[in-house]
Ligand binder design. Structure first.
Ligand code: PBG
Length: 337
């Protein structure tokens, strides 16, 4: 009996022939990373020449508007796909009214970036959690003894915030609150205000996740009581629920959809990609995904660059065409951009 009888296909098929030489391995790999599909999150606050490092996210800081413009210039020079802005307001109140002001920090930063680096894509995260004193993603209503997010009362406020962002020059609005009907309300508000050309990138499948921990320090947006499980998705929910969220957002006028977090939800990215061909799918590699690698790398337990690139490759391979990542600038450097 020959080895051919024992092992069908062998030695005709040797998959190792796809792994060397290096140039061949690189040619056949199919999944590629480039700075142009990466979006860099920026945390913006009032003031000048202020850089407040975020301890849990080494290399990232809350930036005053002028320094955010510097980052935007770097993002443009590195060929990144864009930046997404998060605002840290000077004053918080129960309504999150600072989010609606044309002089608000995101609005100011947008105008300043658009003035200096007009070609750079500016996305705004649209939510209330950074602006409310209670840290929830909209206004509250009392139901019995407990305060709960008032979904429908928040919708017109989201539309108002979106219009204010669009007026400031935001290119793409990204609502992240996971409220029912948010995309429809924002679309209608934008259209009525003459911004029918402004796209919506909806955080369509956003899960209630422990991986947001460091972000809540960065954006000073931890809920003062309770949690977000009443509106963000349950990690254990069947993938079909994510498809329903995406389906609804598209029906309400979303132009692109996001899955968030990324690494623990690769199955969701893949399912959405397959079910909605032609719909741009973004994935958010969130703060916890970044910080855990940073911490392990600082301890000498992981190679930051290799680990980050492997995670990002997996997110792309799962089907995300756009990736929001705190490593965006690093990746551009690692790839030699
Ligand atoms: C809400 C928002 C959050 C993140 C992005 N937008 C936080 C939350 O829902 O608690 C998390 C991003 C990250 O962890 O990097 N405005």
């Amino acid at each position: 009996m020959t080895s051919r009888d024992l092992q069908p296909g062998f030695p005709i098929t040797r998959l190792r022939r796809l792994r060397a030489p290096v140039a061949w391995r690189e040619l056949v790999r199919e999944t590629r990373l480039s700075p142009s599909e990466l979006v860099l999150p920026l945390f913006v606050r009032a003031g000048r020449d202020q850089r407040r490092p975020i301890a849990s996210m080494p290399g990232h800081a809350q930036l005053s508007v002028d320094l955010a413009v510097d980052e935007a210039r770097i993002a443009r020079r590195l060929g990144l796909g864009g930046v997404i802005l998060f605002g840290i307001p000077e004053h918080k109140d129960p309504q999150g009214s600072a989010a609606l002001a044309d002089a608000g920090v995101v609005q100011q930063a947008t105008r300043a970036i658009k003035d200096s680096v007009p070609e750079l894509l500016v996305i705004s995260d649209l939510c209330f959690c950074e602006y409310t004193d209670h840290g929830h993603c909209g206004v509250l209503a009392k139901s019995g003894d407990v305060h709960e997010l008032d979904n429908d009362a928040t919708l017109p406020l989201l539309a108002e915030q979106a219009v204010s962002h669009a007026r400031a020059g935001v290119d793409v609005i990204a609502p992240s609150g996971m409220l029912d009907g948010m995309v429809g309300a924002i679309r209608q508000g934008l259209d009525e205000a003459g911004f029918s050309a402004t796209p919506i990138l909806s955080y369509a499948a956003k899960y209630a996740s422990a991986f947001y921990g460091p972000f809540r320090e960065a954006a000073e947006s931890a809920p003062a009581f309770g949690d977000r499980r009443g509106y963000q998705m349950d990690a254990a929910a069947a993938a079909g629920q994510a498809l329903r969220e995406v389906d609804l957002d598209l029906a309400e006028g979303a132009d692109a959809v996001m899955v968030k977090p990324a690494l623990a939800y690769l199955d969701i990215i893949r399912t959405v990609r397959e079910r909605f061909p032609g719909v741009p799918v973004a994935a958010y590699q969130v703060s916890g995904e970044f910080s855990m690698v940073k911490a392990a790398a600082a301890a000498g337990w992981l190679d930051e660059r290799a680990t980050a690139l492997e995670m990002l490759t997996a997110i792309r391979r799962a089907g995300a065409g756009i990736v929001l990542t705190y490593w965006a600038k690093d990746v551009a450097g690692w790839l030699g951009a």
